[in-house]
Ligand binder design. Sequence first.
Ligand SMILES: [Zn+2]
Length: 190
Amino acid sequence: MEMGCDGGTIPRRDELVRVKKKPEAKDKDAELAFKWRCCTITQEILQEPIVVCHLGKLYSKMALIEALLDRSTLPEGCKHIKSLKDVKDLKLTVNPEFKKDEDKREGSLDNRAVPYICPVLGLEMNGKFRFVAVWSCGCVFSERALKEIGTNTCHKCTKPFENDDIVIINGIDEDLEIMKQRMEIRQQKK
Ligand SMILES: [Zn+2]
């Protein structure tokens, strides 16, 4: 008997891939791009120095400092930040393809080159790939690099780190639960 005889009704993978993106999917891309390119507080393009909080949200440090001076301006989702000790300065890897005036160009954010990449695999930090930051050293790389290399030594600066040091940047709800636990672990250590 012939195996997998299904009459050929199941589309091949390459046919599936060619299907055009639905408008909703495009909106989702734009939303993602925005999250990865803009400060959580100002909603404007991230300005260096860029920091991450325990929960993996990105901020322009200067904007965060201003918001901390007048906590009433701090958005509800950022109240877990009590001081600059609750954020980490990020060591990002510049994308050689990115030009500085890119941000002034017309068009939606998700169609442009992005300023940062994974130093190990070269993946763009555009919201399509998962990225992590190491709390102890501040380095940022893709989650794929973290998993593939599988050592507990930072891929960018070679400092050792623990699992609890990993912050998933802009993670999904399940990630957020883990990030909250790790935040508590860090705060207890202090
Ligand atoms: Zn590092």
